[in-house]
Write a protein that binds this ligand. Sequence first.
Ligand SMILES: *Cc1c(COP(=O)(O)O)cnc(C)c1O
Length: 361
Amino acid sequence: MKRVYNFSAGPSMLPLEVLEQASKEMTSYGDTGMSVMEMSHRSKAYQEIIDTTEATLREIMAIPDNYKVLFLQGGASTQFAMIPLNLMNGSNKADFVNTGAWTKKAIAEAKKYGQVNVLASSEDQTYNYIPKLDKSTFTPDADYFYIASNNTIYGTKMNALPDTGDVPIVADMSSNILSEEMDVSKYGVIFAGAQKNMGPAGVTIVIIREDLIGNAMDITPTMLNYKTHADKGSMFNTPPTYSIYIAGLVFKWIKDMGGVKAIQARNEEKASLLYDYFDSSKLFKGTVVKEDRSLMNIPFVLPTDELNAKFIAEAAKRDFVNLKGHRSVGGMRASIYNAMPVEGVKKLVEFMKEFEAEHAE
Ligand SMILES: *Cc1c(COP(=O)(O)O)cnc(C)c1O
């Protein structure tokens, strides 16, 4: 069996143990005689799968009881509309920090429904840093305060949460959910598409404080109202059953690895291998301001576009794949989500050292 080291930003690699388990259960789950894909979402067997998936996520993230966990569709991008439709119900205002293409899209969408205040932006430097915030500029009566906790394309991470008082923080955690310990109670809403750190594309997880549900704008389509899904245990219509099942296996895998705390230590080890190398290398350079570096998405460059292209091509021959950077940043990006083993990063760094030795002046 061939397995490459897949540094894709998403959809991205899954733990081999999860794929093997799914493969064992592919044609008959337990004694049901059918695949999870073939099950009614109303069946007892499937209800157990979704209940266990939710329970395991609650356990590994220590989600407080006054939060709902929803399994939705439409990707993280659908949340860009769902958030304002459901939350812009008081002053009709919201504060945003613009840290990349995904927040920019969220801002454009929210503007359709209310008054958007962009407090700070790092667009001037291709989003290679997290802008400093000035509390005096926050909108005191905002309905919510919107951030992306990790910026997948640029490789930045917001390390300190702003103090927003009673204004709920809404966080797009698509690319760093479950990568490190987070205090869920500090957030009003956390959402994440599954395809980066949780499972296959198709399911979007929303963790929402209960008091934020039930006040959607009148124009809100039924399917975009959190209450619709919260009231029906994410079974108002057919949920993405197979994606939820795989996410459940991933959550179990995290639990078996020692939980998010252990995963975080592993992620810090992996990220340090690359960052320490960049800080000592004469050829490879990280592109992000040091204090804002992501644990998950690590962009880097060589001195010329020719060397970048050569590196990507030679890396692929060694089975290090999907290292090309996002078109808006160029260079390379190694996405090292939870499923990437330490060994994969060690071998990549070894290969970089070889490449550097060959190309030293
Ligand atoms: C990938 C990504 C998205 C978009 O996710 P979709 O599920 O494709 O809509 C949004 N935000 C962040 C931070 C992402 O990394």
